[in-house]
Write a new protein. Sequence first.
Length: 736
Amino acid sequence: MAPIPGAGASELDRHEERMLKGLPAARTRLRLRPGSIQARLGLVLGALVLLVAVLLAMLLSRAAERQVIRQSAENLDVLSRQLSRELSTGMDRFAQAVTTQTYRERFRDPDATAASLREGVEEFARTNAEFSYVAIVDAATDRVLAANGGVFEGGSLTGRPVLEEGRRGLFVGDVHDAVRLAELLPRPANGEALRFLDVAAPIRDKDGKVFRVFATHIGWQWTDQVRRDTFGPLKSTYGIDAVLVDTEGKVVLASASGLPIGTDLRAFADLQGKPASIVRWPDGGDYLTSVFAAGPHGVFPGFGWRVVARQPEGLAAQAASDLRLAFLLGAIVLGFGGALLAWWASGRLLRPIRQLAQSADDSRTATLMTFDQRSQSLSEVVGVQRAMERMARTTRSQTAARHLSERQFAALADSISQRVFQTDANGRVEYVNQAWLRISSTPEQLLRRPLETLFEQDTGAVLLEAWPTSLQSGQPLNMRCLLMPHGQSESRWYDLTARPVVDESGATTAWVGTLVDVHQIVLDAQSARQALRFERSAREEAEQMSQLRDDFLAVVSHELRSPLNVISGWAEILRRKGQGDPTAVKAAEVIRTHARQQAALIDDLLDATAVAAGKLVLNLEAVNLAQATSDAVAAHAAAAQAKRVALRHAPSPACVVQGDRRRVAQMLAILLDNAIKFTDAGGTIDVRVQGSGSTARIFVHDTGRGIDPDFLPHVFEQMRQQDSSKARRAGGLGLG
């Protein structure tokens, strides 16, 4: 159909006029339809953002829940430990109070009357209200000599743990119901049954013999303050139920009404010492549960409390539930916001496409008018068409020449073993030679991608720093770095070179480069440098450790001996000033003895260190073993006499050997010390010297316990002792 005369020309004139002025051509408004690219991109991106936000919220909420539960568990463990310490402190206080009373002269006086003893226990009971019953018991007859209020005086405590265990040493007994005392003492105001804790300690006379026992019963009401001030606030503030369980696993103190006294909780004994965890309780509820041991410091057979604390799982995870809801709401808001943002962004991204579509539509209209033979005003369009045809022919010619050049370049690149690449001005790969393709399955994995993405992400970071700088500056790139191209299984060292290709104006149009494997060269150089560093480091470390050892020995020798000299000096002053006080004299002797023992241990430690370092110097000279043995026996006679051990020395003729006089004396002292230490009272120690030709022997024979045959192979190992338990009777470091 022919155009309307004048109308078409007028429209085309207006179009050309706008193009000449640099203005965009008149546009036909494009309506956005549901099936448009923007609608589809907006919906897809919005759904993707919403999905990612929800998944992220779920992951974050799960992580937050685990963290909250973990934090609640840690808090519960801390509270349990605090309760354990409070209970332990209370028991230690009772034990200390009882122990202190056993040293009172009133109670240690064998001639003290019953009235005097009763006055002492009454005074103690008045100042220590927690002690419901205090008694002095005769250790020989098991009879109660005195008690507060005269309760059960004259009665026998034979077979009672508080007496039998208290006779042996400090005793702390577990909580138990009152038996005989329930009939003699008033019932607690809260209506609970009378229950006691037993604490007892022996009373020794001037000679250290046990002749009385300080026996006490502590009323269980002392725990009311713990229940009121500690258990109560935990329940009301944090919802934590805390209970105290005795040795048999029965509840003896609780803050929860659902856990009455006597409830069996032995099933939770395995949780002791472990981190708090979620446990199903007999009432069917899940609780965050923590178990810690509580008790006085020391070893008391049959005694062992445990603090069991629990918190409902829902209450412990309440913060996590709130976080989960907050995360979910945030994810929904973020998802809808992301959908709107995606809709807007897709519209912005598609604006150039719409403009191109509008321009193409305008050009299509003008082209149709151009081919209208009746219109004489379209010669410019025809000229543009002819110019475009000439440009197309020129372009085809140039394209053919370019293709020939590219084929020649490709043939040359494929003929060498190095990897060759070509990128555009922005660094996107346009060509790789066959050396690349041999390690990659398809060209699609390499082409049209930034150069740095041809390598694994962990190794391409170095290239990612230097390559953009060269792209911006146009300067050649020469670098040696550790890379792992895609398709390889390990990183290797490469020399990477890239040169810019510039046009007539000097602008960079492309980049051509090579990748040369120099891995073995770099490894050889690194091995040489590393060997040199190791040699220097080993030498410096050896010198430093030697110096540190020498410095340590010097400091130990000075710092450990100085306090011992002060202790020994003051012990001597105490012995001289306290001649009229047997206790002071005995204390001074004990201090001096232990100071000498400590000095000997320090000498042994320093000698063992010197031997291990190879720095022990021996001053060899003629030493008379018979005289040295006689001197050592004389020096240890007092120690043997104090332990009631017979130390006998058989005289022998002179026996001279080459040795270090100080070390020989030290060896003899160690032998005699060990013999006296491990020989019980009433035993004997025989010492003699025997010389035969060029051999001399020193025999030390005692009636002690001896050495287990199984331990003989280890007897000369440092820090090894036949009995290393806490209850062993003899001390020492295991060096001698």
